[in-house]
Design a protein around this ligand. Structure first.
Ligand code: FE
Length: 204
């Protein structure tokens, strides 16, 4: 399944657009109306964003699953660990938070849409939605259930609020039954959503 095909996107997109979305759309329309830029240029620039910031998280997490020493370095200094793999995260300060049998982590930006773009690509629409940003803090278990993720009551849910200079990535637990898998095989089950913490990697 690709990261662009998410059955849950729709329900998280409900609700009015955020202040930023309204301002951004108004600015676009104004610039187009004044002939400063064209709609085509906007579309091309957005495609360029996707090219500049592809989803690269799976490679990092697969390597962490395969190499416990790398996993430890990732948890201590995620940016430096990514540099080992040749990934330049630019200015982002990145903190990797590990899921354990006792703790499940989930990421949000309650203020706007801060997100580890350099690692995970552009944020999904639901991540930027008012609905997700407001509710995941108040009722994380209910929001996770809407993604099909049921966290047992004995597992604590920790919600991490991102900021412009503090981004997070979740390090999920390696699923049982993947013992002999290569890193390439592991990468296939490490979805973007799992690294935001709204799903859990599973063998399909
Ligand atoms: Fe933000």
């Amino acid at each position: 399944m690709t990261s662009h095909d998410h059955p849950h996107d729709r329900e998280h997109d409900e609700g009015p657009p955020s202040e930023y979305e309204i301002m951004s759309r108004a600015m676009q329309e104004l610039l187009i109306a004044k002939g400063v830029i064209t709609a085509e240029q906007i579309r091309a620039r957005m495609e360029k964003f996707d090219e500049d910031f592809p989803y690269r998280g799976a490679r990092v997490i697969a390597h962490a699953w395969a190499d416990p020493a790398f996993r430890q370095r990732l948890l201590e200094d995620a940016k430096a660990a990514c540099t080992e793999l040749g990934l330049d995260l630019e200015a982002d300060r990145l903190i990797a938070v590990a899921n354990t049998p006792e703790v499940h982590n989930v990421i949000v930006c309650t203020l706007c849409s801060c997100y580890p773009r350099a690692l995970l690509g552009m944020p999904p629409t639901w991540y930027k939605s008012e609905n997700y940003r407001r509710r995941v803090v108040r009722e994380p278990r209910a929001v996770l259930r809407e993604f099909g993720t049921v966290i047992p009551e004995h597992v604590a849910v920790r919600v991490h609020d991102s900021t412009a200079d503090m981004r997070y990535v979740v390090v999920p637990m390696r699923p049982a039954g993947t013992g002999g898998w290569s890193e390439e095989e592991l990468e296939k089950i490490i979805t973007r959503d799992a690294l935001v913490g709204v799903t859990i990697p599973a063998i399909r």
